[in-house]
Design a protein around this ligand. Structure first.
Ligand code: SF4
Ligand code: SF4
Length: 709
């Protein structure tokens, strides 16, 4: 790379051969006003604000299109330059509402910043202002043509940066505006909704829909919501990009950078990422969980090449509980070089993943394979070992303890007769079925509750003896906490759901469970934000069942010997570092949060590992690069019909093949469907790699030159 020296405003500036005068000046911290220039786009000198004088050169060339040459002398500030620059800016503002001149919101508006820098505080020239209403019809972006200064950045970004070619200048020369061919909507013009045009627009003429940038949220959280709504912050657009390229091991490595259970999550994650996916503003959210499963099923373990384990630290840590939080913490703490022993009260490993999620949703083969992989990092697991006192562990030489015992006890309903014969608690029921014990069940079964556990229990009952299964829920479908696909699965299988109904008495009469219920109506919202169910007087009725299974929630069973402070609902109280009230004892997962999801427990385990390592003197860094950062193609190209392509849904086995067995219901998808689905992703993170522009300093600083002084 050849370096040349030029003189700008009396300063000697070294720059690379091939750079323009504007680039050389900006790199050297010398600001030259500009608006149509953008560091990532081809310069064309359209706005003419960056005019300069170059010794020996006629006229006032634009610095953005003039190459720096060895030994040239440049002046960025003279009276003549200032006069022309002011006139240029005033002409730009003449057909602009110029509201930015008085706008007090700190919006980082470039037009405002450059006008202020030039000392322009009011509009002197007036031409016909474009009285055009803001076009709010497009998803994700609004288009305010009245604010457009025809700088062409958006058009160049759309063509040069993304290769989409959706935006262009319409009516060149006369009443020119930026739009789409035939004024089609962005969707019909094959817009890829990448946001590059919005990102580079210096005036807010193209802008994100109001309310996108939530005050206090980080920009990347707002722009790439899928990643930041994932409790473990899995880099969703990055792994979807690898799937687009048929690099499935690379995609899995990206997922593994944050979680050690990619396939489990691909099967059972509640996918909070999909709830916020920006594609849902267009038509439907991307099937992120499905893509995760698709990649994980094709993993050839490329990630192992880059996975590292630190040298032994000599520190011993006890982890109580082998569920998603405990195993995640064990995995990362082992990688950091600590010696780990996991204590599990049950005879099996996996916590609720093993004994809470039925086999038809998560096969034990998948769980076994991922646990085996985790164990290979090297730590001990002692099953059938319930820990009653933490003091004993410290006596055994452990430097820290992580409590991740989950929430394995059924919550009580507080209804008369709930201990009657024939009434079963959901958690014991699911556990016994998972452990392979025989569970006596009649053919007519009621399940009380509306969460995922209630659905799991109902669908499991149907796979055992039950022929007639009814879920009884006190609110309506809209308030039901269970996942939509789980509820739909239950309904497909013939499970009945009775809404706005609650039990108020249970009796066993000669082997028949008589369930007395009362009808409910919805009142005002309660603390959860859901409308409170209110009993309707004189609406009681009785139905007889062979069994009633109660599934209204789970609580933790924490031995008194732990001597830990408890919070509301009996959970262990921790501070923001996962530390409990007892020195050296940390906790995470359901035992802290109350019953939550697998991905939340994994995120809890990660947090625990970070903080325990720091407590033991480490740096707490568990993030790892399992696939080197790649150069990716950000010139996405056109995607005809993207807006109209529907989401790929998970394929399920037919209902008739599901009954009386625990065969996995979901079948994933084939390669064609996965590629099609990955193609729909808007790659929202690409926008973050667009360079930011250099805004001017507050005002001119050279005395005697320019009106801005
Ligand atoms: S919409 Fe924005 S980026 Fe596009 S030409 Fe107008 S001002 Fe420039
Ligand atoms: S479109 Fe893709 S990158 Fe954007 S939020 Fe959805 S999954 Fe994430």
């Amino acid at each position: 790379m050849e370096t040349i020296t030029i003189n700008i405003d009396g300063c000697e500036v070294k720059t690379e051969k091939g750079k323009t005068v504007l680039q050389a000046a900006l790199d050297a911290g010398i600001y030259i006003p500009n608006l149509c220039y953008h560091p990532d786009l081809t310069a064309f000198g359209g706005c003419r604000l960056c005019i300069v004088e170059i010794e020996g050169m006629r006229g006032l060339p634009t610095a953005c299109t003039t190459l720096a040459a060895e030994g040239i002398t440049v002046k960025t500030r003279t009276q003549q330059i200032d006069n022309v620059r002011h006139m240029t800016m005033e002409l730009i503002l003449a057909s602009h509402p110029a509201d930015c001149l008085v706008c007090k919101q700190n919006l980082n508006c470039e037009l405002q910043a450059v006008a202020q820098y030039l000392g322009i505080t009011e509009k002197r020239l007036r031409s016909q202002t474009k009285d055009i209403p803001v076009n709010i019809d497009n998803p994700l972006f609004d288009h305010d043509l009245s604010k457009c200064i025809l700088c062409g950045r958006c058009v160049r970004a759309c063509y040069d940066l993304r290769g989409a070619g959706v935006l262009s200048f319409i009516n060149r020369g006369k009443e020119t505006y930026v739009g789409t061919a035939f004024d089609h909507s962005l969707a019909d013009a094959a817009c890829i909704f990448c946001g590059a045009c919005v990102e580079v627009c210096p005036t807010g003429a193209l802008r994100d829909k109001d309310g996108l940038l939530v005050e206090g949220s980080r920009r990347e959280e707002t722009l790439v919501p899928c990643k930041y709504n994932c409790p473990a912050e899995i880099n969703v657009p990055r792994y979807i990009r690898f799937i687009q390229q048929k690099k499935y091991s690379e995609a899995t490595a990206v997922i593994r950078e944050k979680v050690p259970f990619p396939n489990v999550l691909g099967n059972v994650c509640t996918h909070p990422c999909e709830m916020v996916c920006r594609s849902s503003e267009l038509n439907e959210a991307i099937s992120i969980r499905l893509l995760k499963r698709f990649a994980a099923e094709r993993d050839e373990k490329l990630w192992k090449k880059h996975s590292q384990k630190a040298l032994p630290t000599g520190k011993k840590i006890a982890i109580i509980g082998s569920g998603p939080a405990g195993l995640t913490a064990a995995y990362y703490l082992s990688k950091l070089g600590h010696s780990i022993t996991v204590y599990e009260a049950l005879p099996v490993i996996g916590g609720m993943m093993r004994v809470g999620i039925p086999e038809y949703r998560l096969s034990s083969d998948i769980l076994d394979a991922e646990i085996e992989e985790i164990k290979q990092i090297g730590f001990d697991i002692k099953v059938n070992t319930r820990i009653e006192s933490l003091g004993n562990l410290f006596e055994k030489g452990y430097s820290a303890v992580y409590v991740a015992t989950g929430a394995h006890q059924n919550a009580r309903m507080g209804v008369e007769g709930e201990d009657a014969n024939g009434v079963i608690d959901a958690i014991s029921f699911l556990r016994e079925v998972s452990l392979g014990y025989t569970v006596e069940l009649g053919s007519k079964v009621a399940v009380i509750g509306g969460g995922n556990v209630a659905i799991d229990v109902a669908r499991t009952a149907l796979r055992l003896n039950a022929k007639d299964v009814t879920i009884i829920y006190r609110r309506t479908r809209a308030e039901m906490p269970a996942n939509t696909e789980e509820v739909e699965g239950a309904l497909e299988e013939g499970i009945n759901i009775v809404y706005l109904t609650a039990p108020n008495k249970i009796e066993n009469k000669n082997g028949i469970v008589s369930l007395k219920c009362i009808r409910m109506e919805l009142g005002e919202p309660d603390a959860s934000g859901r409308r409170r169910p209110v009993p309707i007087s004189d609406s009681e009725f009785i139905i007889n069942y062979d069994n009633v299974i109660t599934a209204i929630g789970q609580i933790s069973d924490i031995p008194e010997g732990y001597q830990l402070s408890r919070g509301r609902g009996g959970v262990i109280e921790t501070d923001k570092t996962s530390a409990t009230s007892r020195k050296g004892v940390f906790a995470g997962g359901d035992v802290v949060s109350g019953p939550a999801t697998v991905i939340e427990a994994i995120a809890g385990g990660r947090k625990g590992a970070i903080n325990i390592d720091r407590y033991l003197g480490g740096n707490g860094i568990i993030d790892e690069e399992l696939i080197p950062a790649e150069e990716y193609e950000d010139c996405v190209g056109r995607k005809e019909g993207m807006f109209y392509q529907h989401r790929c849904e998970m394929t399920n086995i037919p209902v008739e093949e599901r009954l009386n067995n625990f065969k996995e219901v979901e079948m994933g998808c084939d390669e064609g469907a996965a590629l099609k689905e990955s193609w729909r992703c808007l790659q929202c993170d690409l926008r973050l790699s667009i360079s930011s522009v250099k805004l001017p300093p507050k005002k001119y600083s050279i005395k005697g030159v320019g009106k801005g002084n």
